[in-house]
Design a protein around this ligand. Structure first.
Ligand code: MD6
Ligand code: FE
Length: 212
């Protein structure tokens, strides 16, 4: 009997196809952060511009076959880091493994992530309400792993007008999001200041997806 087949009683069903797995990545957090550090040494965090020309508050980088980028030409996934014109660093095996295990626990047995977006929030940074729709196959879920300072995640409906619920995402939490919830609007409220014992004054979020 184990967690690959049945949710634990700590797992929280947020909506059909959406699960919060509190502390899922806690035991792996140190190894995760080391792996993320190696990725960022090759592909540093940077702030992107929206297609409308606004500078995004959240700093981003990627690893995996494809990386999510935004600029005047739009939102898209691409194999090359525009900063270096080289391939994104490969996705560390332990990150891919952890994400596929989280997806499995939420009932998505065949998640095959090819893209991992790394987001860094400093106090005050927010992410406005959006849908994740730059991917090819919406039958594949999204796995999001939170590290560092806690954030208030806005979890909306399928239209922008639906009033979002609020969810606290803490260090080590995983959020899996797919099926009928795959296109829900969501965002992150301005990060409250604080001091995390491991990460200090920041939040790191890893969002793993199948882009292609
Ligand atoms: C974040 N996450 O938590 C931003 N998208 O920093 C996302 O935009 C997101 O966490 C889709 C599914 C899960 C997410
Ligand atoms: Fe998103």
């Amino acid at each position: 009997m184990n967690a690959d087949l049945f949710p634990l009683d700590t797992d929280l069903a947020i909506a059909p196809g959406a699960w919060l797995l509190p502390g899922f990545a806690l035991g792996a957090a140190a190894a995760l952060l080391e792996a993320v550090g190696e990725v960022l040494a090759e592909a540093p965090l940077r702030q992107l511009h929206t297609p409308g020309g606004q500078l995004m508050q959240v700093a981003m980088s990627n690893c995996g076959e494809l990386g999510w980028v935004s600029d005047a030409r739009g939102y898209r996934y691409q194999a090359l880091d525009p900063r270096s014109d080289r391939c994104w660093p490969s996705m560390p095996a332990m990150i891919k493994q952890l994400a596929t295990e989280a997806a499995q626990r939420a009932g998505f047995a065949d998640f095959r992530p090819d893209a991992c977006l790394i987001n860094r929030y400093l106090p005050g940074n927010r992410l406005s309400l959006h849908q994740d729709r730059d991917e090819r196959d919406f039958s594949q879920p999204i796995v999001s792993i939170s590290l560092g300072l806690p954030a208030t995640f806005l979890f909306g409906g399928l239209t922008r007008a639906d009033k979002p619920a609020r969810l606290t995402l803490r260090h080590g939490d995983a959020l899996v999001w797919g099926g009928p919830s795959r296109l829900r609007f969501h965002g992150v409220l301005p990060l409250a200041d604080g001091e995390h014992p491991v990460l200090g004054r920041q939040r790191i979020n890893l969002t793993l997806r199948r882009a292609d």
